[in-house]
Design a protein around this ligand. Structure first.
Ligand code: ATP
Ligand code: MG
Length: 561
């Protein structure tokens, strides 16, 4: 199905009218000052997706104009994440820093044309002179320097003759403009700091607003797609391109992705990492691409999510349940089923011979018969979930309780005949049952029906594992909604990580490799964590099976006329 939205409509129209000769050339322009997050995935899918659909190209360009916050580590991580998402920029890997010479030339051109000047006001004074939305700005006393003096001073700035912050280069536009971005914005600042690519070559750096549009122009970008906060910067970008008389891309703004229970700001994500609230950028609770990957998310689920949210012109907040739904939808079809017990309780089948082992057949995925079957050992002593037994069952509890019957998945119907309890602590130590040999799964002899089916593993053959369970990193739908005087830290969810060290898995899982994904029956989707070794298996729970979004969708469909 052909995709349609306001951005694609604009592009189709540009192709029809022959603007840019019918060409489509987009770019994804990250600043290498942190790892990519799910919001960036939206932009990546959009830019690379549009290029693919219209037979065009998409560049990867690092907007690396701020050496203080940027690092080569981030460049590598960004490339890894884009590739993993399934996109390819070919040999078009560019850097704004590659254009520093050209940008310097553009600045000199503007000075020569009387459109830029060196200002000696301090940063504070510039801010003060700038005015506000209701108060016009005031012109700097240095605004009317001669072209010759400006050229000489700018050259000296480049040569390192002045300390940081002592002077800037500003565009000479209009201090009374209703758009604050047009009130003589700063183009260059002095910064004696090495750059991760140009090292010590420069001690002046272009501002993002002076670099971004011109970089797009240099690359011959036709459609420069960016987020809404740049709408007010567009007149400035247009102004620069017009003054410089160079190729003029069309800028189109769309609403950035916001997600419930999630922060999508690199600045705050960096704080979470630096202050140790998470283990790193790839902590499975992080909304980063690397965090989602480590947790077990698939590129397919993320791409599908980005497609379903679409693009719009106004800011909204997307329910994180939709992202989780996309993961479940993908893995439901693809992930093999296995049995695992997270909080083991010993279950003994009194009438099952102690020396007997049966290899029972279990289907790998009922959604896909092509995935075949496997054998699971069954024996007298098993583990079931602690939660699956109650001494005094509440209403509608269809699991095991004294005198009750349940089916063991792929095995037999059992009946609880006794249990042993630690009298001091009240902890249930073991549950005793009998089994009915006539009720073996698959052999439909006994048509007896029971209400509950439990998963289990054989105590003798089970393998041990550590399993990490996750909840949302923040406990509020809007993590920035805090009490007065508090910040996002006060909304961190203290239960976002739970580590279970004593889990029991069916034996076939011993060969599970890092990144392998499974559905553990009744428990959710799980993925082998990079911390895992053959001696010490570690799984992450990606998501539980409870699909809140599917429910919302269903009620919406049912409720609308
Ligand atoms: P952050 O606010 O997280 O630091 P940023 O916009 O500063 O993000 P960039 O590296 O400049 O990060 O972003 C690269 C591209 O990704 C930009 O074109 C930006 O518009 C886009 N982008 C960033 N965040 C989102 C988001 N939440 N939704 C959609 N696109 C986004
Ligand atoms: Mg940015």
């Amino acid at each position: 199905m052909e995709k349609s939205d306001f951005i694609r409509d604009i592009i189709k129209e540009d192709i029809r009218t022959g603007r840019y000769g019918g060409k489509v050339h987009t770019r994804f322009p990250p600043e290498p000052n942190g790892y990519l997050h799910i919001g960036h995935a939206k932009s990546i899918c959009l830019n690379f997706g549009i290029a693919q659909e219209f037979g065009g190209l998409c560049n990867l360009r690092f907007d690396d104009t701020n050496p203080i916050k940027e690092q080569a580590e981030y460049v590598e991580a960004i490339k890894r994440d884009i590739r993993w998402l399934g996109f390819d920029w070919g040999d078009r890997e560019y850097y704004a820093s590659d254009y520093f010479d050209k940008l310097y030339g553009f600045a000199v051109q503007l000075i020569r044309d009387g459109k830029a000047y060196v200002d000696d006001l301090s940063a504070e004074e510039i801010k003060e002179y700038r005015g506000t939305l209701t108060k016009p700005g005031k012109e700097s006393p240095y605004r009317n320097r001669s072209i010759e003096e400006n050229l000489r001073l700018f050259e000296k700035m480049r040569q390192g003759k002045f300390p940081d912050g002592s002077r800037v280069l500003r565009a000479k536009i209009d201090m009374a403009s209703g758009n604050l971005n047009m009130r003589d914005p700063v183009m260059y600042r002095i910064l004696h700091a090495p750059h991760h690519r140009t090292q010590d070559k420069w001690c002046i750096y272009p501002m993002y607003d002076f670099a971004h549009g011109q970089s797009d122009s240099i690359e011959g970008i036709t459609h420069s797609i960016c987020t809404l906060e740049f709408e007010d910067h567009r007149p400035l970008y247009d102004w620069f391109l017009e003054q410089l008389k160079i190729h003029h891309p069309r800028q189109i703004e769309f609403a950035r992705l916001n997600l419930t229970y999630t922060v999508l700001s690199k600045r705050i994500l960096l704080k979470l990492v630096e202050e140790g609230y998470v283990r790193g950028w790839d902590d499975p609770r992080m909304p980063t691409i690397s965090g989602l990957r480590r947790r077990g998310y698939t590129p397919e689920a993320i791409r599908n999510f980005c497609e379903r949210i679409g693009v719009a012109k106004s800011n909204t907040v997307v329910d994180i349940g939709l992202l989780e739904h996309c993961l479940r939808e993908d893995l439901n079809k693809r992930a093999p089923r296995r049995m695992a017990v997270l909080r083991p309780l010993k279950l003994i089948i009194d009438n099952y011979p102690a020396d007997r082992v049966e290899e029972l057949e279990a289907v790998n995925n009922p959604e896909d018969p092509g995935m075949g079957t496997r054998r699971v050992p069954f024996s007298r002593i098993l583990y079931i979930e602690r939660d699956d037994f109650r001494e005094i069952p509440p209403k509608k509890y269809f699991r095991l309780a004294p005198g009750r019957e349940v089916r063991l998945k792929h095995a037999y119907i059992i009946k609880c005949v006794n249990f042993i309890k630690d009298q001091k602590s009240g902890e249930i130590l073991e549950v005793h049952c009998t089994y009915d040999p006539e009720t073996k799964s698959g052999e439909k002899k006994a048509g007896k029906k029971v209400k509950g089916t439990l998963h289990w593993v054989s105590a003798k053959y089970a393998i041990d594992a550590e399993v990490r369970l996750y909840e949302h990193l923040f406990s509020k739908p809007d993590p920035m909604d805090t009490e007065p005087g508090k910040d996002f830290r006060s909304n961190l969810n203290p239960h976002s990580l739970e580590v279970l060290k004593n889990c029991k898995l069916e034996p076939g899982l011993k060969d599970a490799k890092v990144g392998d994904r499974y559905q553990f029956l009744r428990l959710g989707y799980f993925c082998v964590d990079p911390d895992s070794t053959p001696e010490h298996l570690v799984f992450n729970r990606i998501e539980t099976l409870k699909d809140t979004w599917a429910k919302i969708e269903k009620s919406q469909k049912g409720g609308s006329p």
